[in-house]
Design a protein around this ligand. Structure first.
Ligand SMILES: Nc1ncnc2c1ncn2[C@@H]1O[C@H](COP(=O)(O)OP(=O)(O)O)[C@@H](O)[C@H]1O
Ligand SMILES: Nc1ccn([C@@H]2O[C@H](COP(=O)(O)OP(=O)(O)O)[C@@H](O)[C@H]2O)c(=O)n1
Length: 208
């Protein structure tokens, strides 16, 4: 326990030194966060860190937290921040980059407050993919990635958690003027056109 804590302090300190630029990518399950992050990485050279992907990799790695994480994901519940933040910090440090899209995090007030307290990192902005529930449901039911949580019962639970726990985080950042909202119900290409505007530096927009 002691060594883990010391190691994590080192990670936190090394990360703070780098002063990384972070964009939180939020939106309901199936709103297209992962799809658009892949496009952003290609065009704007960010490193994409999906909290869900990191948690699923942790299950696969046979970690001591694996069973707990698997049960939480099956129930659509949010894994305790301590676990997710450690995975995010490690991935940020290992990437060697200083620009990150943190996708699917923070998903509740606990995630948000803990990340801020531990890392002292404030996001540049929050990219919010707003999409109607019927459309997200259609997309999740045809995602076909073999995910244990893409069944109608768990999907309904995830929608409830999104409304009750994740939307308040988006509203928190909206009150700080940090939310860039995108209409995510449109086709992938049109959504990316709107995303590009957000990531293009102001001077280039004037010149274009
Ligand atoms: N704009 C879109 N229109 C239609 N289908 C989409 C769109 N964006 C993503 N998808 C599809 O919907 C599913 C969910 O998208 P994904 O990027 O995995 O969402 P999230 O990361 O928010 O859960 C995927 O199968 C993806 O190919
Ligand atoms: N910050 C996070 C992100 C995801 N998760 C878990 O991972 C699941 C899948 O999240 P995801 O971001 O990969 O997928 P979507 O629900 O957005 O499609 C969530 O329903 C949670 O159970 C979490 O506990 N904490």
């Amino acid at each position: 326990m002691g060594t883990v804590d010391v190691a994590n302090k080192d990670v936190t300190a090394s990360l703070a030194e780098k002063k990384p630029k972070v964009v939180f990518v939020l939106g309901g399950p199936g709103s297209g966060k992962g799809t658009q992050c892949a496009n952003i990485v290609e065009h704007f050279h960010y490193t994409h860190l999906s909290a869900g992907d990191l948690l699923r990799a942790e299950i696969k790695s046979g970690s001591e937290n694996g069973t707990m994480i698997q049960n939480m994901i099956k129930e659509g519940k949010i894994v305790p921040s301590e676990v997710t933040i450690k995975l995010l910090q490690k991935a940020m440090l290992e990437s060697g980059n200083d620009k990150f899209l943190i996708d699917g995090f923070p998903r509740n007030e606990e995630n948000r407050a803990a990340f801020e307290a531990v890392t002292k990192i404030e996001p540049e902005f929050v990219l919010f993919f707003n999409c109607p529930e019927e459309e997200m449901e259609r997309r999740l039911l045809s995602r076909n990635q073999g995910r244990e949580d893409d069944n109608i019962e768990t999907i309904r639970k995830r929608f409830k958690v999104f409304l009750e726990s994740s939307l308040p985080v988006i509203e928190y950042y909206r009150a700080k003027g940090k939310v860039q909202e995108i209409d995510a119900a449109k086709p992938v290409g049109e959504v990316f056109e709107a995303v590009k505007v957000v990531f293009t530096p102001k001077a280039e927009k004037v010149a274009a």
